[in-house]
Unconditional design. Structure first.
Length: 142
């Protein structure tokens, strides 16, 4: 079973058209790791072949979208919530995500290419994990 971490920017940084693109990309990332070739003509989805690892961001955004997708498709989840609303608590949570995952995807809007999600991605990369940074384009927010 692959443990797939999905992290990224909170809700306020996403323009509406970026949000819908990001949700599609999150679903694509999860499904990529849970399909296998059944025969020469069809694939089979095995939803129990992946577990979502995420961080329950209290401000919405990528973490919450990934959790909703996991719930809709009955994908198992391991959620690391921050204990308090401060950087120490968030960084501890993010390190747990980096340690627990096999593969990590970070989704960022083009106007905010750095944040806690990219910090978590860097920590996972330092641990030798497979990492993917997905920059989602769209209209820039004012």
């Amino acid at each position: 079973m692959k443990k797939i971490a999905i992290v990224g920017s909170r809700e306020q940084y996403w323009a509406p058209e970026q949000r819908s693109k990001a949700v599609k990309e999150i679903k694509k990332a999860l499904f990529k790791h849970m399909t296998y070739l059944y025969d020469a003509y069809e694939t089979v989805e095995n939803r129990r072949s992946v577990t979502l690892i995420s961080g329950a961001c209290p401000y919405g955004g990528v973490d919450v979208w990934a959790e909703v997708i996991a719930d809709l498709y009955d994908i198992p989840k391991i959620i690391f919530s921050p204990k308090e609303n401060n950087w120490k608590s968030y960084s501890e949570r993010n390190l747990m995500i980096a340690n627990e995952c096999d593969i990590i995807y970070c989704f960022q809007p083009e106007q905010k290419p750095k944040g806690g999600g990219t910090w978590t991605l860097d920590q996972a990369e330092n641990l030798g994990k497979e990492v993917h940074l997905i920059i989602v384009c769209g209209e820039l927010r004012q």
